[in-house]
Design a protein around this ligand. Structure first.
Ligand SMILES: Nc1ncnc2c1ncn2[C@@H]1O[C@H](COP(=O)(O)OP(=O)(O)OP(=O)(O)O)[C@@H](O)[C@H]1O
Ligand SMILES: [Mg+2]
Length: 259
């Protein structure tokens, strides 16, 4: 069997709060394989960001461990590119300089970076905006720049925390389609946190559903209608009856938990 790219093994995270301990994540195990698009779905406050932060290396678990290619994660690293709801682009740098900022800090091959940059311009479709500043771009365009800025570092996995949560409906739609094509065409591995069921179903080949705090997994699904091989012939997952069935199953899981 192939080794998982990321393994989360029996991870629990407690926060210290005024009233004592808050158990944000409770004994969670997840495996993410190269080429997966995993969506982590769950209600607000269930511990999604906490779990993503453990994988990103921003937060140490209270117990259990997270591994990258079998090695314990001890901090952030370039192999894990993180995308947040807020893009954190540098307002004083134009699109091009924002994307090239990271590579310029390290010892990168100039030609290789230029090629990657050129390719990413095609990918994000912002070639005519290279000299523009973030404030001149729509929220959706800014998020594309943020994604390109991360991808130029060639991460093994993208960790995305509600990346489209702050966008209006039109921009969100277009970014979701963009992300779906990107995963497919660039052969990415993605772990995305969202509380939008449709978004998870539209993008992921695996969905993990967390219940109310203390965060536990209440459902794991393999979405056959999102498997890559189906994408070739203009197939539209949202129109597959299996899409609605999966949605109903997720809603039922979330509701049965509340009852
Ligand atoms: N640094 C912290 N200190 C104390 N409690 C925290 C901290 N970070 C998160 N929490 C608490 O842990 C729980 C899980 O938070 P987390 O941010 O992981 O949830 P989430 O699923 O990402 O929520 P949302 O969908 O609203 O972003 C919440 O009850 C939150 O208040
Ligand atoms: Mg969160």
């Amino acid at each position: 069997m192939t080794e998982a790219l990321v393994s989360v093994r029996n991870v629990s995270v407690d926060y210290t709060v005024q009233t004592g301990k808050l158990n944000a994540v409770e004994n969670i195990s997840i495996e993410i394989y190269a080429g997966d698009f995993v969506a982590l779905l769950g209600p607000s406050g269930c511990g999604k960001t906490t779990l993503l932060n453990v994988i990103a290396g921003y937060h140490e678990p209270t117990s259990g461990q997270a591994l990258l290619r079998g090695k314990p994660i001890r901090g952030p690293g370039r192999e894990r590119g993180v995308i947040f709801q807020r893009t954190n682009l540098y307002p004083w740098l134009n699109v091009k300089d924002n994307i090239l900022f990271g590579p310029k800090l390290g010892s990168y091959d100039e030609l290789e970076i230029q090629e990657s940059y050129d390719h990413l311009m095609d990918v994000i479709g912002l070639r005519n905006y290279q000299k523009n500043y973030p404030f001149e771009l729509s929220g959706g365009m800014q998020q594309r720049v943020a994604i390109a800025r991360t991808l130029i570092q060639k991460p093994d996995i993208l960790l995305m925390d509600e990346p489209f949560g702050a966008l209006d409906a039109v921009n969100r739609d277009s970014l979701q389609t963009f992300m779906r094509d990107l995963w497919y065409e660039e052969k990415l591995t993605v772990f995305m946190v969202t509380h939008d069921i449709d978004e998870a179903l539209m993008l992921a080949n695996r969905v993990i559903v967390m219940g109310q705090r203390p965060g536990q997994i209440i459902k794991r699904m393999e979405l056959v209608f999102n498997h890559k091989t189906l994408r070739d012939s203009g197939y539209i997952p949202e129109l597959d009856p299996a899409f609605m069935t999966a949605k109903r199953e997720i809603l039922e899981a979330l509701q049965s938990e509340k009852a």
